[in-house]
Design a protein around this ligand. Structure first.
Ligand code: 2RA
Length: 330
């Protein structure tokens, strides 16, 4: 199958190629797409070197699937052009996520909604993906009413510039080309993406809006505070969820043990709980620190960790592509 990866040389694009190879996705021809200055640069994939091609050449090649991680502007301009030649686009930017005509998909939750008519499919935000994977089966059983979320997001969510800033600051230098308005080493920034008139950031509103769309339930009330932390890989989330139904903690554990994509990591007496370093290179969503919120009925606290470049981006996109192939939608 001819596959284009748009943004192939970025942090997420590189991870997408890694995941496609690891999962032995049936790629017969790879079309790596990157900026004009990268055209001709070789990308190594499954034992072969593929030259980076221009967007126009990739569109003309009519790949079966184009997986994008190249920013919203690029996606808004070129995803429709791929769709016009019959390519199915899986886009990791926020461009199409809240478009009412586009599906926003986490395979474990709502891949069944996909049809042959879906030519541009949105990959959700990393912090949303890990949340809904952990929450979905609990929601089905106990009906989530309200979520209060605080995130602790790795600098890899911003990209190479932020990784470089952290490494330079950690080496004792002032960052030469900082990604953030403030130092990130030995600090935390309650600021991810742009502030909106209501005082929330776009990242926080992504969690609010995307969660409801993926879970097809606008009644769930969601509030979030998204924080950047000096961690190299892996997003963490503290989630307080109020359910309509009461629960037994043992049953909650059992539900999570059987939730697709979740690994229960919860033995605090043994100092065993999810940590970002344990998520690196893995696709599981790690859940732990389960405990009842004793300040109000039917309410659970949990701690959720995942590799934001893998399940939070690349793997989720590749899993969507796998679903398309397995169900004859491409
Ligand atoms: C971040 N979720 O962590 C955003 C985009 N990857 O910066």
């Amino acid at each position: 199958m001819k596959i284009a990866v748009v943004g192939a040389t970025g942090l997420v694009g590189t991870e997408m190629l890694k995941v496609l190879a690891e999962r032995q996705f049936p790629v017969t021809e790879l079309l790596p797409v990157a900026s004009a200055k990268s055209v001709g640069q070789l990308v190594h994939f499954q034992g072969k070197d593929y030259p980076v091609v221009s967007m126009a050449d990739a569109i003309a090649a009519r790949p079966a699937i184009a997986i994008f991680s190249a920013g919203g502007g690029v996606s808004l301009e070129f995803a429709p052009q791929f769709a016009e030649v019959g390519t199915v686009v899986v886009d990791n930017s926020s461009a199409w996520r809240m478009d009412a005509t586009k599906k926003l998909v986490v395979p474990e939750v709502n891949a069944h909604e996909l049809t042959k008519d879906d030519k541009i499919i949105a990959n959700p935000n990393c912090s949303t993906i890990q949340l809904v994977v952990a929450l979905n089966d609990l929601h089905k059983k106990y009906q989530a009413k309200r979520l209060v979320i605080s995130t602790y997001q790795s600098v890899t969510g911003t990209g190479k510039k932020a990784v470089d800033q952290l490494m330079e600051e950690r080496a004792g230098h002032t960052a030469s080309n900082p990604a953030y308005a403030h130092p990130i080493d030995l600090n935390v920034l309650p600021h991810i993406d742009v502030f909106q008139p209501n005082g929330y950031t776009k990242e926080e509103l992504k969690m609010v809006n995307e969660t409801k769309k993926i879970m097809s339930d606008d009644s769930i009330r969601v509030t979030a505070t998204c924080v950047r932390v000096p961690v190299m890989g892996g997003h963490s989330e503290s989630v307080n969820v109020e359910f309509a139904q009461d629960f037994d903690l043992a049953d909650v554990r059992d539900v999570l043990r059987h939730t697709a994509g979740v690994e229960l990591v919860d033995e605090p007496g043994q100092n065993i709980y999810p940590m970002p370093k344990d998520s690196h290179g893995r696709d599981a969503v790690l859940v732990g620190r389960l405990r009842r919120d004793e300040t109000q009925p039917n309410t659970l606290n949990m701690w959720i960790v995942a590799d934001n470049l893998r399940k939070g981006a690349a793997t989720n996109a590749v899993q969507i592509a796998e679903y398309l192939v397995a169900n004859g939608l491409v």
